[in-house]
Design a protein around this ligand. Structure first.
Ligand SMILES: Nc1ncnc2c1ncn2[C@@H]1O[C@H](COP(=O)(O)OP(=O)(O)OP(=O)(O)O)[C@@H](O)[C@H]1O
Length: 242
């Protein structure tokens, strides 16, 4: 995916929030968008997700479906959790009807299926926001401040989810005003300031290699489970070779 000379301002006479931004993000890549409050992180994410259209320039080769998780999930809607997620799945023409149940279960939303959105706590509402973005199996997942308001278990789930989307060749963009990039090893950084965006180095962090042996027939499942837990599976070999 590529941002090609993207500029943006809210309204024709508004100040430019972003000017002539050109960025590349390869398939399987993650970018963490950093910057002070109000510099334009959300604006950049919404342009990337296609929620906003650039005032000038273009976003090219955007993969789909797109999963967009806003900073604040708009909970003032007259739906139950079940009703809302089923409706979103229909709107997004989700082929796999089991996807709704899978994400309700993984995000711990089962006790709230019949609860109206307006009655949810902020953290639970954020999980519904995550679920609606994940149900279509996004190839581009855009998360605006995903750590905010989530409980510890859900926070830990975010890196695993990011790992799954990128392992399948998808792209993930995450904004983070606290700079918790350490949660997403291997991500590149995009730092927003003064209307421009500066790409940084990938953040490999400290890594270690663990070699494990599993029955050959279970290798695929084991690798998938490791990826699901947010780990980088470097290699799968048929035989132990030293
Ligand atoms: N709908 C809007 N109409 C007009 N101006 C807006 C609108 N949304 C954002 N802005 C302005 O655009 C600028 C960038 O806002 P944006 O929300 O993208 O920043 P941010 O870096 O995501 O901030 P935060 O970390 O507080 O979420 C700010 O000056 C903001 O006031």
């Amino acid at each position: 995916m590529r941002l090609d000379g993207v500029s943006y301002r809210y309204g024709r006479r508004g100040a430019w929030v972003l000017r002539d931004v050109s960025l590349d993000l390869p398939a399987g890549g993650t970018a963490v968008v950093l910057g002070r409050n109000g510099v334009g992180k959300s604006t950049l994410l919404q342009l990337a997700a296609g929620v906003l259209r650039p005032s000038a320039g273009a976003v090219r080769e955007r993969p789909g479906p797109v999963g967009w998780v806003p900073e604040r999930f708009p909970a003032d809607q007259p739906f139950t959790v079940d009703g809302y997620l089923a409706a979103m799945a229909r709107v997004q023409r989700v082929a796999d009807p089991a996807a709704v149940g899978v994400w309700i279960d993984r995000l711990g939303l089962t006790p709230y299926r019949a609860t109206r959105l307006g009655e949810l706590s902020k953290g639970t509402a954020q999980k519904v926001g995550l679920a609606q973005a994940l149900i279509p199996g996004p190839r581009l997942l855009v998360l605006d401040e995903p750590w905010e308001g989530l409980d510890a278990a859900a926070r830990d789930l975010v890196p695993a989810i990011v790992g799954e989307v990128t392992a399948a060749g998808g792209i993930v963009l995450v904004s983070d005003h606290r700079g918790e990039t350490g949660r997403l090893p291997g991500a590149t950084t995009w730092t927003v300031a003064g209307g421009t965006v500066t790409p940084g180095e990938a953040t490999p962090g400290e890594t270690a290699i663990i070699e494990i042996a599993v029955p050959a027939a279970e290798a695929e499942d084991a690798a998938a489970a490791l990826r699901a837990a947010g780990h980088d599976v470097v290699a799968v070999r048929a035989k132990a070779s030293v």
